[in-house]
Design a protein around this ligand. Structure first.
Ligand SMILES: Cc1cc2nc3c(=O)[nH]c(=O)nc-3n(C[C@H](O)[C@H](O)[C@H](O)COP(=O)(O)OP(=O)(O)OC[C@H]3O[C@@H](n4cnc5c(N)ncnc54)[C@H](O)[C@@H]3O)c2cc1C
Length: 348
């Protein structure tokens, strides 16, 4: 008898799998690589919304868990996935500089906003109004994390590369049965793939498509992340990850000309050097109308659970949402109303 079957091995599935393993639970993870949001993500963690200079929801709580979580994973997988690099907000006017300093008076933002204007001149970027530096930031190499985690689970036969067939799930009194597997619980973490899940497909998971480039810029020298209308992450060898767009209509994961034009125009606002597009990706973020995660237990079955709706911030939200779900299942700790799927009960 397993403790958990986990469907999905993106940032949500990994966060839950790891939380369960840290508590010595027996798990099997099933994934079919049908969604690529986690794989192509920028992977940034940044406690500040740089458009408005406001705090990310529950940033302090999430940041408190994040370091330990990815450090432990790195030790276990023996690979570096967490790159702690400053994120700089390029200012476009004196007014923006003033807004930054006004925001740093906010006690929730103060730990994250440097009070020194950064005047460094990076080759390839014109920055007459300098930069503000966000503290405690970086990025997770999500593709490397996904591949390394799968490899790790494969060694102990805990990973099944297949499409989960919902018709074959049998709900017994004290456990669930899937093919030959029996488990105390099943956790669904399928990202936008949730729409095929008959247990949860009435939840309002809208999905927001995002497109992203890898560019090569021989005359750009950056060892920090620039984040303004798009982020620019240095990958080494003159390669940079640049993104992302937001499209609420198109729900496919195909790169588009429209996305390409938008990214090119935003890059040109920031860079004043030549670059070439090496790769172009697209994926659908699992976003929810109220911008809060979808966490909880099925209203009619206490063995079936969901961890989804991580939206635009899977890296930061994953560890804390997985912990909340795990504690609610194992120790009956109530979930906060903001994240509990019960908030949609009346509308379902
Ligand atoms: C362009 C872009 C840029 C982004 N940048 C950032 C960023 O900088 N920082 C950040 O924190 N977040 C970022 N995000 C958001 C982040 O990627 C998401 O929050 C995160 O990927 C959600 O993870 P998930 O595990 O819920 O979903 P997914 O990554 O979609 O994972 C779901 C998994 O379930 C599997 N699955 C689905 N259905 C089935 C089935 N029936 N059987 C078997 N397996 C199944 C899929 O194959 C997939 O592996 C970005 C997203 C995009 C698209």
């Amino acid at each position: 008898m397993l403790d958990y079957i986990i469907v999905g091995s993106g940032l949500a599935g990994i966060a839950f799998s790891e939380t369960a393993l840290q508590h010595n639970k027996a798990i099997i993870v099933i994934d079919n690589e049908s969604q690529n949001s986690s794989r192509i993500a920028g992977g940034l963690y940044n406690p500040v919304i740089l458009k408005r200079f406001s705090e990310v929801w529950q940033a302090q709580e999430q940041m408190a868990l994040l370091d330990q979580f990815y450090n432990d994973l790195e030790a276990k997988l023996r690979v570096q996935v967490d790159f702690k690099i400053p994120i700089l907000r390029k200012f476009f006017s004196i007014e923006e500089q003033n807004n930054w300093f006004a925001a740093s008076d906010n006690k929730n933002l103060a730990p994250f906003l440097s009070l020194d204007l950064l005047k460094t001149k990076y080759k390839g970027i014109h920055s007459p109004y300098d930069y503000g530096q966000v503290l405690h930031t970086g990025y997770v190499d999500t593709a490397l994390l996904l591949d390394s985690y799968k490899k790790y689970l494969n060694v102990s036969n805990q990973f099944y590369e297949e499409t989960f067939n919902y018709d074959l799930l049998e709900i017994k009194k004290d456990f669930v049965q899937y093919k030959h597997l029996q488990a105390r619980h099943i956790v669904f973490a399928e990202g936008f793939g949730m729409h095929s899940n008959p247990y949860f497909n009435l939840l309002p998971l809208d999905g927001t498509k995002g497109e992203l480039f890898i560019i090569k810029a021989l005359n750009l020298y950056l060892d920090v992340i620039i984040n303004t209308s798009v982020f620019i992450i240095p990958l080494g060898n003159h390669l940079y990850k640049v993104g992302a767009t937001y499209n609420w209509k198109d729900k496919t994961d195909l790169p588009t000309d429209e996305g390409k034009e938008e990214l090119l125009s935003k890059i040109n606002e920031i860079l004043d050097c030549d670059f070439e597009v090496v790769k172009h990706f697209a994926g659908v973020r699992p976003t929810v109308r109220d911008r809060k995660p979808l966490v909880g237990t099925h209203p009619n079955n206490e063995r079936i659970h969901i961890l989804n709706g991580l939206g635009t911030r899977g890296v930061m939200l994953g560890p804390s949402m997985a912990k909340a779900l795990f504690e609610s299942i194992e120790y009956q700790q109530p979930l906060s109303k903001e994240i509990d799927i019960k908030r949609f009960d009346k509308k379902r």
